[in-house]
Design a protein around this ligand. Structure first.
Ligand code: ADP
Ligand code: MG
Length: 335
């Protein structure tokens, strides 16, 4: 492109809240044949809300009373049958150390219900899977099926509940509890039933799809651009969201670990596709960097903006179409 065309395009972009990081970016954008959207925070608002709390009390069999929580420093392990509020308070306490949108929604949901959410004594993020926290004498796990399996806890009793919530497009998370040596020893009947770790509940968060997401997808498709979605979320939730915005289920890449997102974009481009990756999160930065054009959207983190070629100032997926259109228009006019 001539310097004049570049200037026209860059200026036009800036006036529309589309910031191209240079003339070469502006030039590449018109050749995009595939747009890969991150799900959370990109197609959806990323404003999760707690929607469901379901309690699982083991196999449903009442178990021996292990102690009175009121006189036991409030250790929930001592209370054999948990209530909905117990499960939510446990999950929220575990998550209060995490900045993840899923975690924030659980904490806010618990506080909205007037529950007392304290800080965990210790916690560890397990990227792409969930969180492991120490709360008093107990260990609390909140996350996906893999998190539980990796901890030797069978998630299958909750499968039906999980599927129901996921089919509604919600992100369902398992809550498991593991008693420590101490709580085990405290149990006179010969060991805490939760010493091995036990599934105690399911919590679900829902996100809202951005108003213009569906239009953006259809306008891209009308231009002949293939639209895909990539997410760390599970297959069922991802497909439910894809369906709502008009993305072909075959174009959904779900359960992609944060560190694998860039590989997934490279794989998409291996066949010669010129892909634009659109994302907002720290997770997305490496994928933005390897894409033919990386686009950071709206409220995106600084890391994402830094890795991107294009920054969309507004939080509007339609600006993806605008970016391609501006590139197309300014460069064609010159020829
Ligand atoms: P996304 O790409 O949608 O932002 P992530 O890669 O961060 O998703 O997480 C993938 C999955 O791991 C989530 O759908 C959830 O099941 C689980 N997960 C991640 N972080 C947490 C957390 N703090 N609490 C519970 N579950 C989590
Ligand atoms: Mg995201």
């Amino acid at each position: 492109a001539t310097p004049a065309a570049t200037m026209v395009g860059t200026t036009l972009g800036a006036q529309n809240g589309v910031l191209f990081k240079g003339g070469d970016v502006l030039e590449r954008a018109k050749d995009i044949d595939t747009v890969v959207f991150d799900k959370t925070g990109t197609l959806t608002k990323g404003e999760m809300e707690l929607t469901d709390v379901v309690v699982f009390n083991g196999d449903g069999q009442p178990v021996a009373d292990g102690g009175d929580p009121a006189t036991d420093g409030g250790q929930l392990i001592a209370q054999e049958r948990l209530s909905e509020d117990d499960v939510l308070r446990l999950a929220a306490t575990a998550e209060s150390g995490s900045e993840h949108p899923l975690a924030r929604a659980i904490v806010n949901g618990a506080e909205d219900r007037g529950l007392d959410v304290t800080d965990p004594d210790d916690f560890e993020n397990v990227p792409g899977h969930g969180i492991e926290a120490t709360v008093g004498d107990d260990e609390v796990l909140v996350g996906n099926r893999k998190l539980l399996r990796d901890n030797g806890i069978d998630p299958s009793p909750a499968q039906e509940t999980m599927e129901r919530l996921e089919n509604e497009g919600k992100t369902a998370m398992l809550v498991a509890l593991r008693g420590s040596e101490r709580s085990e020893n405290r149990d006179a009947s010969g060991g805490s039933p939760r010493a091995e770790g036990e599934l105690v509940g399911v919590v679900a968060d829902a996100d809202t799809i951005k108003e213009s997401a569906k239009d953006a997808v259809s306008q891209l498709q009308e231009r002949g651009v293939d639209v895909m979605m990539i997410t760390g979320d599970n297959e069922r939730t991802a497909r439910a969201v894809a369906e709502q915005v008009g993305i072909d289920p075959e174009n959904v890449h779900a359960e992609v670990l944060p560190e694998d997102k860039s590989d997934a974009v490279e794989a998409i481009q291996d066949g010669g596709r010129k892909a634009m990756m659109v994302g907002d999160g720290v997770n997305d930065a490496p994928a933005l960097a390897v894409a033919y054009v990386g686009t950071a959207i709206g409220s995106g983190t600084d890391v994402a903006i830094e890795a991107a070629d294009v920054t969309l100032m507004r939080d509007d997926p339609l600006d993806v179409v605008k970016a391609i259109r501006i590139s197309d228009a300014t460069l064609k006019k010159i020829k």
